[in-house]
Design a protein around this ligand. Sequence first.
Ligand SMILES: [Zn+2]
Length: 398
Amino acid sequence: MSVKERFLRYVQVETTSCEDSETCPSTPGQWTLARMLVEELKAMGVRDARVDENGYVYGTIPAKGDHPARVGLIAHMDTSDGVKGPTHPQVIPCYDGGPIRLQNGVVIDGFDFLPSLKGRELIVTDGTSVLGADDKAGVAEIMELAALLTAPDAPEHCTVCIGFTPDEEIGRGADRFDVPGFCADYAYTVDGGPLGEMEYENFNAASCRVTVRGVNIHPGEAKNQMKNAALIAMEWNSLLPPAEIPAHTEGYEGFYHLCQMSGDEEQAELVYIIRDHSAEKFAERIATAERITAFLNARYGEGTVACVIRESYRNMRELIETRMDIVDKACAAFRSCGVEPVISPIRGGTDGARLSYMGLLCPNLSTGGYNFHGRKELIPVSSMEKMVEVLKALVTGA
Ligand SMILES: [Zn+2]
């Protein structure tokens, strides 16, 4: 099987994860894919290939030759629920550089990167769902590498620990990852975008829930009596820096993002997410939320406003920076395959960040795909093939 054939096979297993589900994996399709991957690994001769009771797939390819390192490679099996439904992949054998017309009037056009893909073989959807290159491209690339390393003519390489996780898209991918059992010195998630992308910085992240308790009274008799919770909630929001929202920020700029609001005179609620790459600025943002709360309580009476802040994940940069050789090795692997690595901060989180704080340092590598989480998702076959080469360089050089 080629990496392309593997990819086409895996995307046809529907593995959309589901936030409302309490099981792990959250959806049955992920079991189907997990079992399929274990069977394939076993057929390659990966003797300890297994799926655990939570649907995590693990397998180890022992070193060949004198390579003491143990390098982990991780991808997630679930796909985003951005557009639900089974995936019907379409192969464009030689892309002409023009608009790509899919079903339902969906047209892939106007993206800066499109002209550079002219002449390539592309895989797209039929326009009815996501493609799921996020992250089945990562799965297929790791599986193809496993096939290369278990073949009789395999090059010398280090020990490769393989992990496929469920439910990354709903933020649970790292929850039940068996870090001690995985037994890698360090790892990489293969879950990034265009070929050459590499990431080891992500947001520090928290959720912030503001609740306002008002005092309601007949509006005709409300003078000096009413405390309108909805208005106080709006006042809370008005005290945030107005430009520090997702629609006005990029790169290393952090933000407050209002993602839910509800309320009346009696009670009001605002839900935010707070994000910043810098730990210092992140702490300042949280302090700002607390200051606004204290200010409004001083104005309207103690207990009027409450603000509960929960940390979601942290930037892995401070941990990775203690082991920059892990980043350097990946850069060298890219370069040895003729790909110039592009390191940029993730404006989000990754399972790798969570795993890094669980004791497994884990930067993120590209898969080669574009436009994740939408109907216009696509991946060039040559990028997947190149990523297999990069992964091979990584484990033969370690
Ligand atoms: Zn992903």
